[in-house]
Design a protein around this ligand. Structure first.
Ligand SMILES: CC(C)(COP(=O)(O)OP(=O)(O)OC[C@H]1O[C@@H](n2cnc3c(N)ncnc32)[C@H](O)[C@@H]1OP(=O)(O)O)[C@@H](O)C(=O)NCCC(=O)NCCS
Length: 162
């Protein structure tokens, strides 16, 4: 089995990032988010928008020389995490978290957080397995067709060795 490897995203990755985000959205968010939210994502080309806006703060993960997923951050918040359906459960998501955690440590943070929609049960399992705890919950009023309950999850970062 090929080990997932994370690296900084480059403009050459844009096409694959957009495509995998669309595929992952269709296999997850499209099944549990309000219809209006899903329609607006497709109408506004949400994948293109997300990738273009966040590219300078993004990492991709490769499996067998293919871009399998990506993550983005802003300060010490993980803003995006997407793994292509065909590469899920192969350690790509965990590898992206490790890359992000190293980045956050280098930036001087000792913790980081993210938001996860309550109906996204698979992602909640993934974050629980990776050491996150729920710090707050609210009803997101910004979701078209919502509200949808959203959790804030946080994780403490270990100090670098040495
Ligand atoms: C959530 C997501 C990023 C996980 O990525 P992944 O590459 O499949 O996760 P990993 O293979 O690194 O999983 C690590 C561990 O997390 C847990 N986990 C991951 N996916 C899981 C699932 N669907 N159900 C239960 N546990 C899960 C497992 O314990 C797994 O280890 P194991 O496979 O050895 O049992 C991926 O499913 C995804 O892109 N989902 C759609 C987009 C999304 O919801 N993003 C998060 C937005 S907040």
């Amino acid at each position: 089995m090929t080990v997932p490897v994370a690296r900084t995203a480059t403009p050459e990755d844009v096409f694959q990032m957009e495509e995998l985000m669309r595929d992952a959205f269709e296999a997850s968010y499209a099944n549990f988010m309000p219809e209006q939210y899903v329609r607006e994502f497709y109408d506004a080309n949400g994948a293109r928008q997300t990738v273009h806006e966040g590219l300078s703060r993004a990492a991709v993960v490769e499996i067998a020389n293919m871009v399998a997923g990506f993550a983005m951050y802003d300060e010490n918040v993980l803003t995006e995490l997407w793994v292509a359906p065909m590469f899920q459960r192969k350690g790509a998501g965990r590898t992206l978290l490790e890359w992000m955690e190293n980045r956050f440590r280098r930036l001087g943070y000792d913790s980081y957080s993210l938001c996860c929609y309550a109906p996204n049960g698979k992602a909640l399992e993934f974050y629980k397995k990776n050491g996150f705890t729920r710090t707050s919950e609210s009803d997101s009023t910004e979701v078209p067709g919502g509200p949808v309950k959203v959790y804030t999850l946080s994780k403490q970062l270990d100090k670098p060795a040495g």
